[in-house]
Every structure is written in structure tokens, then in C-alpha cells.
Design a protein around this ligand. Structure first.
Ligand code: ZN
Ligand code: ZN
Length: 332
């Protein structure tokens, strides 16, 4: 594998324009929840402003929005790992939008461009773009985590996501983005306020279920772009430096088995080795059982075994059987 160092070269005609106003807006949503969360978390705990209800709001909105990103934005809209009906498509689009990671259009376009160039020139968020020295990788990790969101090397929707651009339902969801921003921040507060019938309940719900949860989901998603391209294990052959990071598996709902994902991008399950937790695959499996998902691209163990760096690891693949007996797909 070659890692090209010359990341300054932008592929012509394949970048978006970000106005200063847009950069300020992005900055507000990228940095705002993290700053509010960091400043508030210790005082809120010190003053006892963290109830079981707040924990429930944090966990509930975390699950809804993170799964909207992993199952919706990523595995469904970007990679087409399964097919579904219109109501589920709309639900997944709304859930993902509530994560405040931008419109479906732009997210899908950026992520497809990431897979196309993956740690080479053109990758919108490779941590290797500044080189391989410790200093360069430290800078690259910051860029891959957050800095790239302000870069004009992001993908153009027309080139990378014309199917998404032309989908009337998706465009309708994207047109709801502003109200959805309001909903995702304020709704946990409204629930907290109504359940406790107090302004304190509103404020703590807003803080834990709104800002802290948004910051948490942001950093977990961004860690896939930064940490999961630098640290961790690489059991599968892929033409980049994507890696599997076990400790991020639960926070990321299975997305941190990122090396397996780059080796087989359309596969609906990323945790393909035995013992690898992948709750997003679990949700897709549940949708399939309820007849709400079909044509699911479950892992094909025989195919995956051929992609292993060490063929001796084949028995570690879920559902793997000796070559003469295999060929079946593995259910999620
Ligand atoms: Zn990646
Ligand atoms: Zn992907």
C-alpha cells in the first residue's frame, strides 16, 4: 500500500465552497455542544443536577440518533447494505438528521469519497494527510476528527450522491433540517420539564439529553475517522490504514470494526469476527425479522476469509465452516 504524502493537491472540480458564514455555522454546531458539555459537566454533577431521568434521556436520544447515523446514513443511504420500505427510510433519515452531523446529501457524498480515496489524495478526512511522523499524525488525527469539517475538499453531492440528491423523500427530510436541529436540542428538555413539571427538569434534560448527548455522538462518529484509521488491529486486507478498535464498539454501535468495513464496504455487519459486538447489525436483523428490511447483504464467510491477512484466522469469522461445506451467508 502506498500512502501519498502530497495531500495539498486537491482533485480539481471536486470540492465544495464554504462561505465564511457557513464556516461559522458549522463551527457553532461542531464546537458548541462539546464546549457546553465540557464546561457544564462537573458543576452539574457537583450540584446533583443529574437524575435517572436525565440518564434515560441521554441514553434514549443517543441510541436513536447514533443508530440513525450507523444504520441509516452509513449502512443504508451510503452503502445500500439492505433495502427497506418508505416509512423506515424516512424514519432512518430523520433519526440520522437528529445527530446534527449535517444533511443526508453531504454526509453520504463525503463518506463515499472517503471510501473512494481512503488514506490517499482526495480522502476528505485521512489522518495521514500531513505525513507519518508523530507530529504529522497528531495533526492529522485532529484534522480527521474535526478539522476536515471546515475544509473545502469535501465531496460534491452531484458527483458522489446523485441517487440521494434525486430522492424526493430524502430531499424533503433535508428541507426539515433546521426544525430538526431545534427538535434534537430542545425535545429532551421538554420531556424532562414535563415529566418533572419543573424548569430544572427542562434545563437538565436539555443539558444531558441535548448538548452532552450531541457532543458524545459527534465525538464517537469522528473517532471512526480519526482513531479507526490510526490505532487498532488490521486483520483484513484493505488498501488503506483502516483499523478495528474494540473499545469503541459499544459507543459506536459496531462501527469501530472499521477495518472489516473497508475490506467489505457494503456488508450489513461490520463486526464479522466471533465476539465482535455490532448492535447496528442487530437492528438490521430485527428489521429483517419484522419484514421491514430485505435483500440484506449479510457477511459471506468464505469471501471474507479470502480477505484475511492471516488465513489461519478464518475459523474466527462468524459462521465460518470448512471450505467444502461453506458458501452460505451468515444471518446477523
Ligand atoms: Zn474509513
Ligand atoms: Zn463506510
Amino acid at each position: 500500500m502506498t500512502l501519498m504524502q502530497d495531500f495539498e493537491k486537491v482533485d480539481d472540480g471536486d470540492a465544495i465552497f464554504l462561505s465564511a458564514k457557513m464556516k461559522v455555522l458549522i463551527g457553532t454546531f461542531v464546537i458548541g455542544p462539546t464546549v457546553i458539555g465540557l464546561l457544564g459537566v462537573i458543576p452539574m454533577i457537583y450540584w446533583g443536577l443529574f437524575s435517572w431521568l436525565d440518564l434515560g434521556l441521554f441514553l434514549g436520544f443517543w441510541a436513536i440518533t447514533a443508530l440513525g447515523i450507523t444504520v441509516g446514513y452509513h449502512r443504508y443511504f451510503t452503502h445500500g447494505s439492505f433495502k427497506t420500505n418508505r416509512p423506515v427510510k424516512i424514519a432512518l433519515g430523520v433519526m440520522g438528521s437528529l445527530a446534527l452531523e449535517g444533511s443526508i446529501n453531504q454526509w453520504v457524498a463525503d463518506h463515499r469519497k472517503h471510501h473512494k480515496f481512503s488514506d490517499e489524495v482526495g480522502d476528505p478526512h485521512s489522518p495521514w494527510r500531513f505525513g507519518t511522523s508523530k507530529r504529522a499524525v497528531a495533526k492529522g488525527l485532529m484534522f480527521a476528527h474535526m478539522g476536515w469539517l471546515f475544509s473545502e475538499e469535501q465531496a460534491t453531492v452531484d458527483k458522489y450522491a446523485p441517487d440521494i440528491r434525486d430522492d424526493v423523500d430524502i430531499q424533503r427530510i433535508d428541507s426539515w433540517f433546521k426544525p430538526l436541529v431545534f427538535v434534537t436540542i430542545v425535545l429532551p428538555g421538554v420531556i424532562g420539564g414535563l415529566v418533572t413539571w419543573s424548569w430544572i427538569g427542562f434545563l437538565t434534560g436539555l443539558f444531558w439529553g441535548g448538548f452532552v448527548r450531541i457532543a458524545f455522538v459527534h465525538h464517537v462518529t469522528w473517532s471512526i475517522n480519526s482513531i479507526c484509521h490510526v490505532f487498532g488491529k488490521r486483520p483484513f486486507k484493505s488498501r488503506d490504514l483502516s483499523s478495528n478498535v474494540a473499545w469503541l464498539a459499544i459507543p459506536s454501535f459496531g462501527e469501530s470494526w472499521h477495518n472489516a468495513h473497508h475490506a467489505d464496504p457494503t456488508c450489513a455487519r461490520h463486526g464479522v469476527l466471533k465476539g465482535q459486538i455490532d448492535p447496528s447489525a442487530g437492528l438490521i436483523r430485527t428489521l429483517e425479522r419484522l419484514n421491514l428490511a430485505h435483500d440484506v447483504r449479510w457477511p459471506r464467510p468464505e469471501r471474507l476469509a479470502k480477505k484475511l491477512v492471516d488465513p489461519q484466522m478464518a475459523p474466527r469469522i462468524r459462521g465460518y465452516r470448512a471450505p467444502e461445506a461453506s458458501g452460505d451467508t451468515v444471518r446477523g
